[in-house]
Each structure stands twice: as structure tokens, then as C-alpha cells.
Design a protein around this ligand. Structure first.
Ligand code: BES
Ligand code: MN
Ligand code: ZN
Length: 500
């Protein structure tokens, strides 16, 4: 990860390859948002903005020569959009414009960032955005090609709060947060021939080991233990693959904890659809079908790193959904841990089967609240698009997640669980079907299915199908490929609980 320091210097005197400052759009054009820049440089940018193609819009990044009076080689102008009526910018705007600038500077060694931050919360957003934008997944490229894409190595954030304890704490937290998001992105980006259930479990063990004596305990159930334990969802989904399923439990239980949270993640390391095979076009993206489990793993690790006074247990529901000779058939009936039976009417609705086992395991262990996070339905994207995740569940927990997401700067939207959709669960042979006979409200139906396995435990379900994997161009601090979505919301939720 990039090395990040705070500095109280005048931005013009910071030695760096590039100096990042903000631009914003105003009623009569473009304004440069940096008090200490040379007046003639500011005037030039503002008067020539139309010809330079600068509008100040969010996600716009333009590079200009720095001139004599700025120590950095170039000045990078990153758009902040319009000021809000009170003259400030939203924290997510700051996060995003810092990220866009740092991302577009890949290949540059050292960058100074001088974006407006009126307090430590805004400074934290700038720092987070910069670190989140300094990401590349180059493990599978030859070293020369990888070098060209190397993220910015050193970031110096210029701020008048460089010496406050709150600012230092914000940087420390942002470093943990960004490392967690990067870790989740790496797992999503890792090709499915290398990341299969057992490999994911090994990665979780290795990550916990690296954490050292910070009290995360890992347990792994392999395919035989899952069968013996009655985890029929994981077994059924996993049996079509030569590489068996796993259930990984990660427990962080500090002595000072006053509340106990479970987070269950969908970890389908590849989703072909099984015998209900998917069409080829969308299939490569299904290496991202473990993004929920990746977010859970790195949230638990981050909670431990930060020493949050909350007990949190992560459950990673790992399987590969393949159409092998032993694959489950559409019409099979499986028994989920705890005894409920499911008629598998569609083997491509596999996520809810493995999540059902994970939710039951979480409820058995006894928690004050259970969250689950999954790339569960294509219907999520039909409803909300590719950048907004859905959250369902008990009203209170659902709204608590939404609040955490808003603070963290992740787009989540609360969705209902309309009672009439429950009728779709009816099966003629088992307690329920896994896929309804029509596709209407598919995200919500899946939510109802999961609700069958949580009993009375307060619960919310996060469907991140679209936002987990960016198949389009990068934007803001969001790269192409794995995005690490969910980590910031989950961590924010835990921090909220920590404060009581
Ligand atoms: N992993 C998919 C959902 C998905 C689709 C995630 C696109 C990301 C992008 C899930 O396992 C699935 O296939 N769901 C089916 C359910 C249906 C068969 C009821 C779907 O949404 O089509
Ligand atoms: Mn599927
Ligand atoms: Zn899936």
C-alpha cells in the first residue's frame, strides 16, 4: 500500500512528482479550490478552463505544467463538482476526487495532495480516497507491464490539521480500512483456477497468522465435516466440483466486547450456474461470486487490527458451483443445517443454499445481530444498477446498515420484503423451493428465502451483486474488477455498535 504522510507545509513548497488540487464548477465557469497556489497559475486555469477542457466535474482529472513557483513538476486538477450551499463539499466527493487523482497518477512515484478539508472528518475522507485509489492488481502480469501500472508509492496530504491527534488517528484508521478493501479486491481479482474453496480457506488462515496475537481464531470445516454436520446447502452446491466446499469461521472476541455480531459471506469461488448452466457471455464475471466472503474476511481482520470492542464472527460459505458428473440436479432436495429441506428448482440459485447453512451456523452460535453479504441476485442489478447495493431485513438493522453505508460513502439502498412474495417459496415436495417460478422481485424473494434461516435474530442482508465487480471503466477510487464493496459499510456498522 502507498506510504501516506500528513504535512503542514505550503503546497507550493512540497517536493513531489505531482501536486493535486481541486477544481469546482461555479455559475461563471471553473474555480481552483486552493488558497496557497500562485495567483497567476490560478488565473490562467480559471480563464483558460474552457479551452483546456476543464469543467470541475467530479471524476475529471487534468494535468498542467506547474510553473516556476510550485516545487512539484505538474499540477493535477481533480474535479469536486459544485459547492454545496454552505460552501463545503460532501465527504464522499472529497474521497472520490482524491481517489480519481491518485488512480490516474499510477506510474508516478510521489504525489502531494492539497484538497479542501475543513475538519478531521473531511481530512479522513481525502486520505481514504487517496489510499483507495492507489491500487492495482498486477500479480498476473509480467514485471515490465506491471511496473507501468504501479500505484502511487508515496502520498503527502497537505493539511492544517497535520499535527492533531484526531488527524493521526484518522490516518491510522484509513490505512487499516484501505488495506482491508485492497485485500478484498485482490481476492475477487484472483482467477478461479487459483482461488477455490480450499485455497480461500488457506488464504484466510494465512491472513490470520500474519495478524499475529490479535485474537482471531480460525476454524475450517472441510467437505467431509460439512457432510457429517448436515450442511446440505454447501455440500449440494459443492458436489459438482472436483474441489470441495469449506465453511470457514473467523472469531474475533476481545474481552472488552459488549456486543456480538455475526457476518456471513457468500463465497462461490466460481458460479457456472451448475446444471442450470449460465450463458457464456456473463460467466467470466462469476469469479467475483465470492466477493461477500472476501468482504467478511477483511472486515474481521480490520476489526481486530483496530482493536474494536465488539465480538465479531465471520462465516465464509465457500463452494464452487460446477456442473460435474456428481452435480446436484434441478429437482434435488437438500437438507440445510438444522433440518429445513429445500427443493433445488434451479441450481443457479446456489448462493442462498450455502448462505442458509452459514446463517444457521451463525444463529446457533448466538449473536446480538447477524448480517449477511452476498453477490446474490442478478435482480439486484435490474433494480438498482451496478453501483448501488440493496439492503433488506428487520427494519431497524436494515436502517442501521444504511446509516453505516452513508457515513462510509458506499451506496446502499433499503429494500422491502413484501409479504406476498413469500408465497413463491412453496414447494410440492419440500419445505421450500430455492427459486420462485417467476422472476419478479428476485432480490426480495432471495431475501425472504434467507429470512427462513435466521429465526428471531435481528438480521440484515446485503446484496452486492452489481457493485462487487466493476466491468466498466474505473471511476473515483473504484478500479475495474473487484471493488471491495461492503468492507467499509460493515466496518462502519461494527464501529457504530462499538460506540453503543
Ligand atoms: N451469482 C449469481 C448472481 C449474480 C448475477 C451476481 C450477476 C453478479 C452478477 C447468482 O448465483 C445467480 O445466479 N442468481 C440467479 C438466481 C435465479 C436463478 C433465481 C439470478 O439472479 O439469475
Ligand atoms: Mn448462481
Ligand atoms: Zn452465484
Amino acid at each position: 500500500m502507498a506510504d501516506l504522510t500528513l504535512s503542514g507545509k505550503n503546497p507550493t513548497s512540497v517536493k513531489a512528482d505531482a501536486l493535486v488540487v481541486g477544481t469546482c464548477s461555479t455559475s461563471d465557469g471553473v474555480a481552483v479550490v486552493a488558497d496557497q497556489l500562485p495567483a497567476d497559475l490560478v488565473r490562467q486555469v480559471e480563464t483558460l478552463a474552457p479551452r483546456l477542457g476543464i469543467t470541475g466535474a467530479v471524476d475529471e482529472v487534468r494535468t498542467i505544467p506547474a510553473g516556476h513557483d510550485v516545487k512539484a513538476d505538474v499540477v493535477v486538477l481533480t474535479g469536486l463538482g459544485e459547492r454545496r450551499p454552505d460552501g463545503t463539499f460532501a465527504t464522499e466527493t472529497l474521497r472520490r476526487s482524491a481517489g480519481a487523482a491518485i488512480r490516474s497518477l499510477a506510474g508516478t512515484e510521489s504525489v502531494a495532495v492539497a484538497l479542501p478539508a475543513v475538519d478531521e472528518d473531511e481530512l479522513a475522507a481525502v486520505v481514504e480516497g487517496a489510499l483507495l485509489g492507489a491500487y492495482a492488481f498486477t500479480r498476473y502480469r509480467d514485471s515490465e507491464a506491471a511496473a507501468k501500472k504501479e500505484p502511487v508509492a508515496a502520498i503527502e496530504v497537505v493539511t492544517s490539521f497535520s499535527r492533531t491527534a484526531r488527524a493521526k488517528a484518522a490516518v491510522a484508521r484509513a490505512e487499516v480500512l484501505a488495506a482491508a478493501v485492497h485485500g478484498a479486491r485482490d481476492l475477487v481479482n484472483t482467477p478461479p483456477n487459483d482461488l477455490y474453496p480450499a485455497a480461500f480457506a488457506d488464504a484466510a488462515k494465512a491472513a490470520v497468522k500474519e495478524l499475529g496475537a490479535r485474537g482471531v481464531k480460525v476454524t475450517v470445516l472441510d467437505d467431509k465435516q460439512l457432510a457429517a454436520g448436515g450442511y446440505g446447502g454447501l455440500v449440494g452446491v459443492g458436489q459438482g466440483s472436483a474441489r470441495g466446499p469449506r465453511l470457514v469461521k473467523l472469531a474475533y472476541a476481545p474481552a472488552k466486547a459488549t456486543t456480538k455480531v455475526a457476518i456471513v459471506g457468500k463465497g462461490i469461488t466460481f458460479d457456472t450456474g451448475g446444471i442450470s448452466l449460465k450463458p457464456p457471455a456473463g460467466m467470466p464475471a462469476m469469479k467475483s461470486d465470492m466477493a461477500g466472503a472476501a468482504a467478511v474476511l477483511h472486515t474481521v481482520l480490520a476489526a481486530a487490527r483496530l482493536g474494536l470492542p465488539v465480538a465479531v464472527t465471520g462465516y465464509l460459505c465457500l463452494a464452487e458451483n460446477m456442473p460435474g458428473g456428481n452435480a446436484q440436479r434441478p429437482a434435488d432436495v437438500v437438507t440445510i443445517r438444522g433440518g429445513k429441506t429445500v427443493e433445488v428448482t434451479n441450481t443457479d440459485a446456489e448462493g442462498r443454499l450455502v448462505m442458509a447453512d452459514g446463517l444457521v451456523a451463525a444463529v446457533e452460535d448466538g449473536h446480538d445481530v447477524v448480517l449477511d453479504i452476498a453477490t446474490l441476485t442478478g435482480a439486484q442489478m435490474v433494480a438498482l444498477g451496478t453501483r448501488t447495493s440493496g439492503v433488506m431485513g428487520n427494519d431497524g438493522v436494515r436502517d442501521e446498515v444504511k446509516g453505516a453505508a452513508d457515513t462510509a460513502g458506499e451506496d446502499f439502498w433499503p429494500m422491502p420484503l413484501p409479504a406476498e412474495l413469500k408465497a413463491g417459496l412453496r414447494s410440492t415436495v419440500a419445505d421450500m423451493v430455492n427459486a420462485a417460478s417467476d422472476r419478479w422481485g428476485g432480490m426480495l424473494f432471495a431475501g425472504h428465502f434467507l429470512a427462513e434461516f435466521v429465526g428471531d435474530t435481528p438480521w440484515a442482508h446485503l446484496d452486492i451483486a452489481g457493485p462487487a465487480y466493476n466491468e466498466k471503466s474505473p471511476y473515483g477510487y473504484t478500479p475495474a474488477g473487484g471493488t471491495g464493496v461492503g468492507v467499509r459499510t460493515l466496518l462502519g456498522f461494527l464501529e457504530g455498535r462499538a460506540q453503543g
